[in-house]
Design a protein around this ligand. Structure first.
Ligand SMILES: [Zn+2]
Length: 311
């Protein structure tokens, strides 16, 4: 299948009076046959979203403060991030970051055929993720880097795939970057999604501020997990940030004090959210939410005593 060229819309360096404003490109409707595909362009870098699951409701286990009554007053969450009844919409999705020198998959979702996950709907999936990835122009053999923002099950699943009853690396030509701190914390788990890539010799343990190439570096956003990172993309004066899970849902932009049950250090996680949101507010940084439903990205703007996501 022909590689779809990233649409060169959005301000380009040299022609935009607001250098630093990344292109806002919600192009899903324009891509025939792949309506869930979104691509953003940040200078010379493209970010392409591959959705594994879209879910409405059932998020209370992870965000217990986000009751329907608490969500409904946050009007800007509708219609994209919550429905009319105040039920949250969330995605599980991978982001493919293509730079002039690298082809990086950031987070690898749940994966097919996995068993024993705490959430029943996450077990024994048989989704078209790899076909969708290939259809977007990114056959798995062409990926040279896999980055896990942290080692929770919804971020490591497609590290491996089941072949002949064995878990083998899905991306055989990639280096898998995992946080040294994360690995030390989680090493007892993930016989199906982490150990096999180690055994194949494909893992590089990296620090939380690791630089991948000229455009891409990791930003420590600790608290959700001990070594959690976000991903900063900077090219031609434009900047974007892939969140990872320092914020799970845009409701936490309006209510930074709302923690996630999955935060390993709730106080540190809240501090990170508050610090990051304050730093991003009213800047042109395109924030791409790892679990944010369509349109998935926007800019943080101040809104009363907190913030909202301007999409
Ligand atoms: Zn997650």
């Amino acid at each position: 299948m022909e590689r779809r060229e990233p649409r060169p819309s959005g301000p380009q360096a040299g022609e935009c009076p607001h250098a630093g404003v990344a292109g806002k490109q919600h192009v899903s409707a324009a891509i025939s046959g792949h309506p869930r595909l979104l691509t953003w362009r940040i200078g010379d870098v493209t970010v392409t979203r591959i959705v594994e699951l879209e879910v409405t409701g059932g998020s209370r286990f992870i965000l217990p403060d986000a009751t329907r009554d608490a969500v409904l007053p946050i009007g800007w969450l509708r219609p994209h991030f919550a429905d009319e009844d105040g039920r949250l919409r969330m995605n599980i999705q991978a982001l493919v970051v293509e730079t002039p020198t690298r082809r990086i998959v950031v987070d690898t979702c749940l994966g097919n055929d996995k068993q024993g996950r705490r959430i029943p709907a996450w077990n024994d999936l048989h989704g078209p993720f790899l076909a969708d990835l290939a259809a977007a122009g990114y056959a798995r053999e062409t990926i040279d880097t896999v980055l896990c923002t942290h080692l929770h099950v919804d971020h490591v699943g497609w590290n491996t795939m089941l072949v002949g009853g064995r878990w083998v690396p899905t991306f055989p030509r990639a280096r898998y970057l995992m946080g040294r701190v994360e690995y030390a914390h989680w090493r007892a788990v993930f016989a199906d999604s982490v150990q096999p890539v180690f055994d194949a010799g494909l893992v590089d343990l990296v620090e939380t501020d690791h630089r991948i190439d000229e455009e891409i570096c990791l930003i420590p956003t600790l608290g959700h997990t001990p070594g959690h990172v976000s991903v900063q993309i900077r090219s031609r004066g434009q900047v974007a940030l892939i969140t990872g899970d320092f914020v799970h849902h845009p409701c936490q932009i309006a209510r930074p004090e709302w923690g996630s049950t999955a935060d390993s250090d709730p106080a540190a996680a809240r501090k990170t959210r508050e610090h990051m949101l304050a730093g991003l507010a009213d800047t042109p940084v395109l924030v791409i939410g790892t679990h944010f439903a369509t349109p998935t990205a926007g800019r943080i703007v101040r809104d009363g005593s907190a913030y909202r996501l301007d999409v």
